[in-house]
Design a protein around this ligand. Structure first.
Ligand SMILES: [Zn+2]
Ligand SMILES: [Zn+2]
Length: 356
């Protein structure tokens, strides 16, 4: 046995048992046909139709890999790291990989993936609480796993490392087990976004259905993030048709209804009285022109000749924790509890897991 192999086995010692794990569909974006796993063992996996093969030989499914520090690569040098156990299956020529992580390990990985290097510790700590609460409160969103590793759930990059990952781990450890809880006693389904643009959004104006976020529309002056976009009218009309339904007759019949904090609560086609939330409208428009070009449902809509002009501020849906604001407030000396109180006035911070 080589020294390296011995070191890998030592690293693979079981993580401390918090009694709380999360299963995550990983490597989602890669749609891998082949993967190399290095860690407690080295395996070359391939999907051939619905058949799973290790080093070319078919094996029964699912393939279960023991908890450990694993490096995973589609090809070439292994670049992604997971401290996890795995359930691996072949489906339609693709490897479906579900990693089961300790909750705190998942939280640290998401905090590192969803924040910028250099984010102050108090803002990372607020993010850790928000990420942990959301992960525990979210319904099972995929047939295979509770969450995926994309922004659809929360990004778990697994290629983040170095100082930023260390800072994320420290923030996670400093808030270990802490969650936001609603008056009902439920854990808050607490969202976050990159920048609110000066004011956060009222949750029910962005996301339909009962609100479990614990958030409210609050002032966040100093968070500018302005943007503008010029969209050809036929593109605007396709997006309106997709979001609002029917075929809007005239772009000038599209009206925005203002919600709290400058967000668009609804976009209404006055020729049919059909409407959609500003968020749904922006998503439909983003599908046409690229999501980065119309980054938030906080905008004004003007028709100028053959174009629609959207002028807005912010990046993301605007509900809950504003990451830009959290970093600014941390820089002003607020601690994570004060940052969470600011953005989640309808929730309170509790220590869910009794201190060990
Ligand atoms: Zn997902
Ligand atoms: Zn903000």
């Amino acid at each position: 046995m080589t020294a390296l192999a011995l070191a890998l086995i030592l690293l693979a010692a079981p993580a401390s048992n918090d009694g709380s794990e999360i299963d995550v569909l990983v490597l989602t974006r890669l749609h891998p046909r082949e993967l190399r796993f290095e860690g407690p063992r080295t395996l070359g996996l391939a999907a051939r139709g619905d058949t799973l093969a290790i080093d070319g030989k078919p094996v029964p499914q699912p393939l279960l890999l023991e908890a450990g520090d694993w490096r995973v690569a589609p090809h070439g040098p292994a670049t992604r790291r997971y401290r996890a156990s795995f359930d691996i299956r072949a489906r339609n020529g693709e490897l479906r990989v579900v990693a089961t992580l300790q909750l705190e390990e998942y939280v640290a990985g998401v905090v590192a993936s969803e924040t910028l290097p250099g984010t102050p510790p108090a803002a990372l700590q607020a993010q850790a609480v928000v990420t942990r609460s959301y992960a525990l409160a979210q319904p099972r969103r995929h047939p295979e796993a509770r969450a995926c590793d994309l922004a659809h759930c929360q990004v778990l990059g697994a290629d983040v490392r170095g100082r930023h990952l260390e800072a994320a781990r420290e923030a996670t450890e400093a808030t270990r087990g802490q969650v936001l809880v609603l008056d009902s006693g439920e854990i808050a389904l607490s969202p976050f976004h990159a920048a609110c643009g000066g004011h956060t959004a009222e949750p029910t104006e962005i996301f339909p259905g009962p609100d479990r976020s614990g958030a409210a529309a609050v002032d966040d002056g100093g968070c500018a993030a302005p943007w503008s976009a010029r969209v050809p009218l036929p593109t605007l009309m396709r997006a309106a048709s997709s979001a609002v339904g029917g075929t809007p007759a005239d772009p000038r019949a599209l009206r925005t209804q203002a919600g709290a904090g400058g967000f668009v609560a609804r976009v209404v086609d006055r020729s049919s009285d059909r409407g959609a939330t500003g968020e749904a409208f922006i998503r439909a428009l983003g599908a046409e022109v690229g999501y980065g070009k119309v980054p938030s449902p906080r905008f004004q809509l003007l028709i100028e000749g053959d174009f629609a002009l959207l002028r807005g501020a912010g990046k993301g849906h605007g509900v809950g924790l504003c990451q830009s604001g959290a970093a600014r407030l941390a820089g002003q000396g607020l601690d994570y509890t004060a940052i969470l109180e600011r953005f989640f006035p309808r929730a309170r911070l509790v220590r869910r897991i009794s201190s060990e």
